[in-house]
Write a protein that binds this ligand. Structure first.
Ligand SMILES: *[C@@H]1O[C@H](CO)[C@@H](O)[C@H](O)[C@H]1NC(C)=O
Ligand SMILES: *[C@@H]1O[C@H](CO)[C@@H](O)[C@H](O)[C@H]1NC(C)=O
Ligand SMILES: *[C@@H]1O[C@H](CO)[C@@H](O)[C@H](O)[C@H]1NC(C)=O
Length: 402
C-alpha cells in the first residue's frame, strides 16, 4: 500500500497539467478546470552563448530531475531577441557551436560544445541553438514541468541596467520591431513544445537613462500599451493557447496604472482569458515586512483582489523573479521570509531567480559561479541542502496546496 502510494506520488509529480492554461479572474486554470499556481525557477538562456545554461555540466534530463524533485511545476526559460535576429538573417538556425566559439573563443567554445554533446547525447555536432532549447523544453515536459518562455533582453548579455541600451522600446539595442518579430517567430516556432504554457513578453522594462530624449518622450503607459498589445497580438496569432504575461515599469516593479485604469489596459483588446501580470521584487535589504507588503499591494498585486473597488483590472499576478544568496542567514532574512509568506497567503505563483549553477559566460567571465543559484557550480546538486529543505521545499508545498 505504502509503495503503491509512493508510486502514485512519483507519477503525479511527473505529469504536466492538461494544457492549455486559461485565466479566470485572478486565477490560472488548466484545461481540466483545476487551479494552477506556478512554483518554480528561472533557467537562463539569454546571455552571449544564447543557449540554456548548465548543459556542459549536466544533461537537460538530470537538471529537470532536480527541479521536479523539489516539486516545482514551472520554469521561466529566458531568451534574447538577438538569437531570433541572427536566425532570420541567416535563414536558418545558428549552429550552437558557432555561437559558443563566438562567445567563449575557439578553444573554449569548441571544448564546451563537446561537453554539452557528451552529456546530452541527442544533440548533433551541427545542432542549432533552437534545437538545444527544444531539448530543454522536451525534458522539462517529460519531468512534468510547464515552460514559461521569457524574452529577457534584446542584445544577448547579462541583464539589466537603465544604461545598457536594452531598457525600453527604441533604446540603442532595443528595436521594438525586431522584438515583435522575435515574438511572432518564437510563438510559432515553439508550437511543438508540448510543455509550453505561457510567455512573458519582456523582462524588466526600465527608464532609458542613457537616452534622455527617449525617456522624456516615450517612457509612458501609452507607449507601453501600444507595444505590449502589438506583441501580445503576434503571440496570440501564432499560438492562441498561450497565456501572455505583461510586465511593468521600474525593472518590473510597478503595474499600478494597469490595475487601476481600464483606459491603460483594456482586457477586450486581447484574447479572452489569456493575459496575466508579472512583477519582480529585489528589496533584499528591507528590514520591515510591512513596507514590502504595502509596496507590493499598491504597485500591482492588488490586481488579485476582486473586492478592492480601486481595482479595475482583476488579473492573475505572478512573481516571476526574486532571489537571494543561497545560505540560511539570507534565506531567513526579512526579505526572503516576507515574500514567501506574502505569496503563500495570496495563493500567488512565483519563479525564483535563479536555477544556475554557473554560466558559460557572464559579464566577460567564463564559468561564472552564481552565488544565488539553487544548484552548485557544476549543476550536480543543491548549493545549500539546508536552504532547499527549510525554505524552498515547504514553500513549494504550501504554494501548490493553494
Ligand atoms: C577557458 O576555460 C578554462 C577552463 O575553464 C579557463 O581556465 C579559461 O580562463 C578560459 N578562457 C577564457 C578566455 O576565459
Ligand atoms: C512556423 O513554424 C513552422 C515550423 O517550424 C515553419 O515551417 C513555418 O514556416 C513557420 N511560419 C512562420 C509564419 O514563420
Ligand atoms: C481586498 O480589498 C478589500 C477592500 O479594499 C480589503 O478589505 C482587503 O483587505 C483586501 N484583501 C487583501 C488580501 O489585500
Amino acid at each position: 500500500m505504502r509503495l503503491h502510494l509512493l508510486l502514485l506520488a512519483a507519477l503525479a509529480s511527473a505529469a504536466l497539467p492538461p494544457l492549455p492554461l486559461t485565466t479566470s479572474g485572478r486565477w490560472i486554470h488548466d484545461a481540466a478546470g483545476k487551479r494552477v499556481t506556478y512554483a518554480g525557477t528561472n533557467w537562463p538562456g539569454h546571455q552571449e552563448a544564447m543557449l540554456p545554461e548548465g548543459l556542459a555540466h549536466q544533461s537537460a534530463a538530470s537538471i529537470a530531475g532536480h527541479i521536479t524533485s523539489l516539486g516545482m511545476n514551472v520554469v521561466r526559460l529566458t531568451y534574447a531577441t538577438q538569437m531570433v535576429d541572427e536566425h532570420v538573417a541567416r535563414g536558418s538556425d545558428v549552429p550552437a557551436k558557432e555561437g559558443l566559439i563566438k562567445a567563449l573563443g575557439r578553444e573554449n567554445g569548441t571544448r564546451v560544445w563537446g561537453e554539452i554533446r557528451k552529456r546530452n547525447a541527442g544533440l548533433r555536432e551541427q545542432a542549432g541553438r533552437l534545437e538545444v532549447f527544444d531539448l530543454v523544453a522536451r525534458e522539462l515536459g517529460k519531468a512534468g514541468v510547464v515552460v514559461h518562455l521569457d524574452n529577457h533582453i534584446s542584445r544577448a548579455t547579462w541583464c539589466c541596467s537603465t544604461k545598457d541600451g536594452n531598457s525600453w522600446f527604441g533604446d540603442t539595442d532595443f528595436d521594438a520591431a525586431k522584438w515583435k518579430r522575435g515574438w511572432s517567430f518564437m510563438a510559432n516556432y515553439t508550437r511543438s513544445w508540448t510543455a509550453l504554457g505561457s510567455v512573458g513578453l519582456r523582462n524588466e522594462l526600465r527608464a532609458p537613462d542613457n537616452n534622455p530624449q527617449l525617456k522624456e518622450r516615450s517612457y509612458k503607459w501609452g507607449d507601453w500599451y501600444t507595444h505590449m498589445r502589438a506583441a501580445a497580438g503576434e503571440v496570440h496569432a501564432a499560438n492562441p493557447s498561450l497565456i501572455v504575461f505583461l510586465s511593468g515599469f521600474g525593472f518590473d516593479t510597478d503595474l499600478t496604472a494597469v490595475v487601476r485604469d481600464t483606459k491603460v489596459l483594456k482586457k477586450s483588446d486581447f484574447l479572452p482569458n489569456k493575459i496575466a501580470l508579472e512583477l519582480h521584487n529585489y528589496q533584499n535589504n528591507e528590514k520591515n515586512c510591512g513596507n514590502i507588503r504595502g509596496g507590493l499591494y499598491n504597485h500591482g498585486w492588488n490586481a488579485l483582489n476582486e473586492s478592492d473597488k480601486g481595482v479595475a483590472n482583476v488579473l492573475p499576478v505572478v512573481m516571476s523573479e526574486f532571489g537571494f544568496a543561497q545560505d540560511m542567514k539570507t534565506a531567513g532574512s526579512v526579505y526572503a521570509t516576507c515574500l514567501r509568506d506574502y505569496l503563500v497567503q495570496n495563493k500567488a505563483g512565483w519563479m525564483v531567480w535563479v536555477l544556475s549553477g554557473s554560466y558559460y559566460i557572464r559579464s566577460g567571465k567564463q564559468e561564472f559561479d552564481e552565488a544565488w543559484g539553487l544548484l552548485k557550480k557544476d549543476w550536480s546538486g543543491w548549493r545549500s541542502e539546508e536552504v532547499v529543505e527549510k525554505y524552498f521545499r515547504p514553500f513549494v508545498r504550501a504554494s501548490l496546496k493553494g
